[in-house]
Unconditional design. Sequence first.
Length: 122
Amino acid sequence: MGEHLKKKQFELKISQNEMARRIGVDPENIINWNLRGREPHITFCPRIIQFLEYNPFPADTSTLTGRLKMYRIEHGLSQRAFAELSGLDESSICVWEKNEKQPVPSKRKILENILNQKEPSS
């Protein structure tokens, strides 16, 4: 993450404080991501994607697992928040994302319906 942000900061010729302001985070977050190699909390991911103008979070979107993870990243949803949104069990979301098990057809249909939406519905 740090390299993506540093590159954009250099490109825009802005300070870390200005970058933090544009992303909408505390400057300490930028330091953690740039210098300490920490990953941002998922709730910050949509703002980072918007700032960078591309998605730096890799996921194989040809699989249900990858599509699920990418949807959560792009919408800033934790597994718990996605479970609440979908009406599915949080532990099932976790197992599916790890590709340890596949959802049964009825649960897969719920997932597919949500993943095919542009925006999460509340």
